[in-house]
Design a protein around this ligand. Structure first.
Ligand code: C5P
Length: 290
């Protein structure tokens, strides 16, 4: 077996609606996610003597604490394989940022090892992905999808690739569990939101998609960190047409109507925030089982 390089894209949540708190402590969601061209690179290299995980980012744990390690372990165990592999993660996605980086790395390991080991059972792979985290199943598909349940039940939608956007990150991590803990259900209108986004996505209309952006967790994270409101205001002042926090934050993204506005974002905001990235929405992943 030769080495394999697998792309692990970031995602943004175009909609994240919290429906209610479940008996098991998780929150029932309706969330629309889209992958980005921004991606980590996951390198799988055969090695003797078991599993090893390394990463070029100082804040990302190597070894068993990394979700990618647990992904390889879980797949190997389910199929009676020896995980004789070195996993190296070249980190491009800011960690603990609401962009799904850790979940995407884990899914990239599942996709890579599944092709190495010629695994073709979609249901079993999805079950392993679900056991690793709510966001992991989405990254077996990529593109655009509605997530229900705790976000782990995936309903693929047509992708809308090529939407130009800026992603800002203030450089500190946010604990997802803490944000969900502080979330209180309000009397918000819930029904139409997903349907309107579905129409906008079906039309592949970035303007309409931008009008329908919504994230119920934004209020919580913004009340903890004023940076969220500031980053959104900065993106709007540069000419972004729509802005939102992604996931439980703290990353914020903005749709950019032109290359000129993208240039202005870089010129005005690079230096102010640790991460200022330009990227685009991306297509479905090439993964023959899905
Ligand atoms: O599934 P995952 O391990 O990524 O979730 C991290 C934490 O976020 C959970 O332990 C839970 O506290 C919270 N969460 C939630 N409802 C969801 C997803 C995550 O309450 N739908």
């Amino acid at each position: 077996m030769t080495s394999l390089q697998v792309k692990a894209p970031a995602k943004v949540n175009l909609v994240l609606q919290v429906m209610h708190k479940r008996q098991d402590g998780y929150h029932a969601l309706k969330t629309v996610m889209h992958t980005l061209e921004l991606a980590d690179e996951v390198l799988l290299t055969p090695r003797r003597g078991g599993l090893r995980v390394t990463c070029d980012h100082p804040e990302v744990p190597a070894g068993p604490e990394n979700l990618a390690y647990r992904a390889a372990e879980a797949l190997a165990e389910a199929y009676g394989k020896r995980p004789d592999v070195h996993i190296h993660i070249r980190k491009r996605i800011p960690p603990a940022a609401g962009l799904g980086g850790g979940s995407s790395d884990a899914a990239a390991v599942l996709r890579g090892l599944a092709s190495w080991w010629r695994i073709k059972e979609k249901k079993k792979l999805l079950a392993i992905a679900r056991s690793l985290g709510s966001d992991v199943p989405f990254f077996l598909y990529g593109g655009c999808a509605l997530g229900t349940g705790r976000g782990e039940i995936i309903h693929p939608w047509p992708a809308v690739p090529g939407i130009l956007m800026a992603v800002l990150n203030p450089g500190f991590p946010v604990a997802t569990a803490e944000v969900y803990n502080k979330f209180r259900l309000g009397l918000t209108r819930k029904k139409a939101c997903i349907n309107m986004m579905r129409l906008a996505v079906r039309e592949k209309n970035p303007g309409k998609i931008g009008e329908k952006l919504r994230n119920d967790l934004e209020k919580v994270t913004a009340s903890l960190y004023p940076h969220i409101g500031e980053m959104k205001a900065d993106l709007l002042a540069c000419g972004a047409s729509a802005v939102l926090m992604s996931g439980s934050g703290p990353s914020v993204f903005g749709f950019l109507p032109s290359a000129r506005i993208a240039k202005s974002v870089l010129g005005r905001l690079q230096g102010k925030y640790p991460t200022v990235l330009l990227t685009k929405t991306s297509n479905r992943l090439h993964f023959n089982i899905f």
